[in-house]
Design a protein. Structure first.
Lengths: 495, 480
């Protein structure tokens, strides 16, 4: 059966999740359960890699009505997004085997963790708008229990806020799906879009308003202004490995939906030069700036990282909304590097909270002495996030900035690089001081030498994932060639 | 013949119930058998093709007749399917309640009356059965005899009588200008035309508002949330399925089969009714959000959802009617499931308000799952059935073009978000908060069986509904 592999990519983690819930023999010892979850995730990565190497396949799951097929398709975008997401998920998963020892209810955590992976894979592999919407909603509902995992009042309130924002955003997206369906040539995603511009059944202005609403709606998951309000509440309150994937991976699901709508349904040519593009660029640049400013003000580490995500994911959206090849390259690079970096930063934050009980940045001084490995990783990731070469963050931001400059978009061709620069400085301001103070934290010369700091680096199972991520940021930053090649060939099919 | 039998059987068996003085178990068996028998009769009627059956002829133009066309088959099928299930539930629910005999008498009689509405061949017959429905359901609302129930019952009565008066005036217009009350596809004026279109449109509007009482359109919806005080099998079946769907059914009949789209399309009558239904969609959803009492919340939700059906039907195109009928069937299924779950929470856990059901998933896990399924379906989360009907409604609205249908689509989406909040948030708190209510009493298997069957139907239809949808589409095409 053609496309069987696509179905396996979805069912493997789903069945794994159900087994975690219903099989008693898996839950007797936590080591067995963790081993099982680990095996499932590694197998999933293999499946995703096989899909990436295979040719494009389509699989119709069922037909909701005759005109609404629910279908999977593994085109270029699917392969990029699914590979990034599966790998991130696995790495954070391995971290959580050690971290979650200290939390309750591990069984339900892993069950929802695997099931969210299944829905994410289904989302990336979706071949039509309605399929994408289906799995988008499904992913919201299945990821929510991870947000409210600790069951405190704060966590439950955050989970409900996440739910309401996400449902509102998805509904805004649904409006666009309703309006676009009669105006496109094929229900399936088509590279470059399949909008029948001459035969629109609406006046253009009304149509464009609806498109704006749609894209802002899908931007909710990516934390774009004005629908960003849930992110700083929901991401920090989850357990750290869950925060890592929420910031690092699930925000990219929002980016994916925007990506699909612009490049596979509407078509970038329709939007280029319109007030819709300008509004979207405004929202994205506002978010970049605002996220960094709010991160600077925030003293709780995880909340600071959450605001940072708000800002950094909108870098991706800036690159997307410029609607040009180079900027798109930059957007995809930023997506990968932000996922790696933010994931690693949240995992470090988790280690810091667990081992040192530190939750605020003003308590981080001298942490580098007791947790050197962790803080080194933190620092390298911070440098990458700021965008300093040769780390990965630099190349991504460079491509976005230059990509904006070479287009003829009014105002934004120079505004985007300026905002990126300002944000880079703000990022340095909110990430580097904690880093520096952790190594050179305020103590008099003599005292520092005298005190022997107890080494509190977390166990290997937590450090190795963080290190792998950091090494990836380093290596991919120095040798970005392969990624740039893949992304450029993808971008060329879309314009 | 079968038609009249299907209607008479439940009425007669209902009337005989108090006479027979059966003990509890014998009575339950009797009820079950009679209801199932009626449903079987309906099933047989669905497969056949029956010509009009004239019962009583009043004069040359007016008669009381029965006929089962496609539209009637859809409604009868829904009723015949859900009535036995609800009866099974009611038998467990009303255990140890007072006045069970009178309850089941009127419960049974209402079945026959509702079938009468479905099988009416003309507006006069429908009107008569409509009045009978008010009378047969009133004692069910009044059942507990408390001051609240009496107030609710009287409100129901006054609203219904007012509505009937309006509808009657519309009926008179029809007879005067159209010469009869027969239901014909396309209406009485198709091909013939009429010089009196403006008066006809006024007559239609009166009919719309009149039948709209039972269909809970703003501003005549007020009786429905108050009637939530009735025992849950009553609210579930009658006020989420039978009574309110009869109102919607009557409006569909009057729109497509009496006045006809040729007279109404593009008229002020269509715009006024479309606007009212679009407003009710948002209004009902917003009121549901404000409401903390579970059953009243679901009642407001019904108010909104009925207007989804009406909105589709009032677009006056085949796609619109198709979408409306789809939602008629799907909503009946989803709403009855939700009401019945809440009924168990009421009866066995004494949980009446949103705050009370916190943490109830620990004690009643299966019921919590059923509630979640119902909530997700009502919100319109794909691939569940609620999404398919919402999609079709939006598709039909976009197809018909124009400003008002587009506003309707926005209303649908706003309502979807509100539904998500007022249903899914309580569902989440069932799992995440510590329990508020002490351990519930034992929940009988009769409850579980009904709810699991209903949930299974929701899930099954979500994935395989093609034959049903084809039939609905054919029905819609046949009505224009």
């Amino acid at each position: 059966m053609e496309g069987l592999l696509l179905l396996v990519a979805i069912l493997l983690p789903a069945i794994g999740s159900l087994m975690v819930v219903f099989m008693p023999w898996l839950n007797e010892r936590r080591e067995e359960r963790c081993f099982f979850v680990g095996v499932i995730m590694v197998l999933e990565c293999i499946v995703v890699l096989l899909i990436a190497l295979d040719a494009e396949r389509t699989l119709v799951l069922f037909e909701m009505t005759k005109q609404l097929p629910i279908a999977l398709r593994s085109d270029g975008t699917s392969r990029v997004f699914s590979a990034v997401m599966a790998l991130m998920w696995t790495i954070s998963g391995f971290y959580s085997f050690s971290y979650m020892k200290h939390e309750q209810n591990e069984k339900s955590y892993y069950a929802f963790y695997l099931m969210t992976l299944a829905s994410l894979m289904a989302l990336t592999l979706s071949g039509t708008m309605v399929t994408m919407y289906l799995f988008f909603e499904m992913m919201t509902f299945i990821s929510m229990p991870m947000v409210l995992h600790s069951r405190t009042k704060e966590a439950v309130a955050a989970g409900i806020k996440y739910l309401i924002y996400s449902v509102a955003g998805a509904t805004m997206g649904l409006l666009g799906i309703f309006m676009l369906t009669p105006n496109i040539a094929s229900p399936y995603f088509v590279e470059g879009g399949s909008l029948l511009v001459e035969q629109l059944n609406l006046p253009h202005t009304a149509f464009q308003v609806i498109l704006l609403v749609t894209l802002i709606g899908f931007g909710t998951k990516a934390g774009m202004f004005p629908m960003h309000g849930w992110l700083p509440t929901a991401h920090p309150v989850a357990p750290s490995p869950a925060s890592a994937v929420l910031s690092g991976v699930i925000t990219k699901a929002g980016v994916l939906c925007i990506f699909r709508m612009i490049f596979y349904v509407i078509g970038p040519d329709y939007l280029r030069g319109t007030w819709v593009q300008w509004t979207l660029l405004s929202c994205a640049t506002i978010t970049v700036f605002m996220g960094s400013m709010l991160a600077l003000r925030e003293k709780v580490l995880k909340k600071r990282l959450a605001y940072s995500s708000v800002s950094q994911v909108s870098y991706v959206l800036c690159g997307v909304f410029i609607l040009d090849t180079m900027a798109l390259d930059g957007a995809l690079l930023q997506m990968v590097f932000h996922a790696l970096t933010k994931d690693a930063l949240f995992l470090c934050a988790g280690a810091i909270i667990l081992q040192a009980g530190v939750t605020r940045v003003d308590e981080m001084h001298n942490l580098g002495k007791s947790m050197p490995w962790t803080m080194w990783m933190f620092t390298i990731c911070a440098i990458s996030l700021v965008g300093i070469p040769p780390l990965g963050g630099f190349i991504a931001k460079w491509y976005i900035a230059e990509g904006a400059l070479i287009t003829s978009t009014p105002v934004f061709s120079w505004l985007v690089p300026v905002v990126l620069l300002i944000s880079a400085m703000l990022t340095a301001a909110y990430l580097l001081p904690p880093s520096v103070s952790s190594f050179f934290g305020g103590m008099a010369q003599g005292e520092a030498a005298a005190i022997a700091y107890e080494k509190k680096d977390p166990p290997l199972m937590m450090m190795i994932p963080i290190t792998i991520l950091t090494l990836a940021i380093l290596l991919l930053g120095i040798f970005p060639g392969f990624m740039i090649e893949v992304f450029t060939s993808l971008a060329n099919t879309l314009f | 013949m079968i038609l009249i039998l299907a209607i008479i059987l439940p009425i007669v068996t209902g009337v005989l119930l108090p006479v027979m003085r059966l003990k509890a178990r014998a009575r339950n068996l009797y009820m079950m058998v009679c209801t199932l028998l009626t449903s079987v009769l309906v099933a047989i009627a669905l497969t056949g093709d029956f010509t009009q059956l004239e019962l009583i002829s009043l004069n040359k133009k007016l008669s009381i007749s029965l006929h089962l066309d496609d539209l009637g088959k859809v409604f009868s099928a829904v009723i015949a399917l859900l009535w036995p299930l609800t009866l099974l539930y009611a038998l467990s629910y009303m255990k140890d309640a007072v006045n069970q005999t009178s309850f089941f008498t009127f419960f049974q009689m209402s079945y026959g009356v509702t079938l009468g509405i479905a099988m009416s061949a003309n507006l006069l017959t429908l009107y008569i059965f409509y009045e009978l429905m008010t009378l047969s359901t009133l004692p069910l609302v009044l059942h507990s005899g408390s001051a609240k129930s009496v107030k609710a019952g009287l409100k129901y009565l006054y609203y219904s009588l007012g509505g009937s008066a309006f509808a009657f005036i519309g009926l008179v217009y029809l007879v005067y200008f159209g010469g009869g009350t027969d239901f014909l596809p396309g209406g009485l004026f198709v091909g013939v035309g009429s010089q009196h279109t403006v008066q006809l449109q006024l007559g239609y509007l009166l009919c719309f508002l009149g039948f709209g009482v039972k269909a809970a359109i703003f501003p005549v919806h007020g009786w429905l949330p108050t009637a939530a005080v009735a025992p849950t099998p009553v609210t579930a079946l009658l006020h989420a399925v039978a009574v309110v769907k009869s109102g919607v059914f009557a409006i569909i009949r009057v729109t497509y089969f009496s006045f006809g789209t040729s007279v109404l399309e593009g008229s002020y009558a269509q715009y006024v009714s479309l606007a009212l239904s679009a407003f009710t969609i948002v209004f009902g959803s917003a009121m549901a959000l404000k409401e903390r009492h579970l059953k009243r919340r679901l009642a407001y939700s019904t108010v909104a959802n009925l207007s989804y059906i009406l909105f589709g039907a009032l677009l006056m195109i085949a796609q619109g009617l198709y979408a409306g009928l789809m939602h008629l069937v799907f909503h009946a299924l989803m709403k009855i499931t939700l009401f019945l779950v809440v009924g168990v929470f009421n009866r066995r856990a004494h949980a009446y308000y949103i705050e009370d059901v916190r943490g109830i998933a620990k004690a009643l896990p299966v019921l919590a799952v059923v509630f979640v399924i119902g909530s997700l379906a009502m919100t319109g989360i794909p691939p569940l059935i609620g999404f398919v009907s919402k999609w079709s409604l939006a598709e039909a609205a976009i197809l018909s073009g124009g400003l008002l249908p587009l506003l309707g689509v926005s209303a649908l989406l706003i309502s979807a978000v509100l539904t998500g909040i007022y249903l899914i948030v309580p569902a989440v708190t069932m799992y995440t908060r510590p329990p508020v209510i002490p351990a519930p009493q034992k929940v009988e298997s009769g409850f579980y069986v009904t709810l699991l069957v209903l949930s299974a139907m929701i899930i099954a239809l979500s994935f395989y509904s093609a034959p049903l949808l084809d039939f609905l589409y054919q029905t819609a095409l046949g009505a224009i």
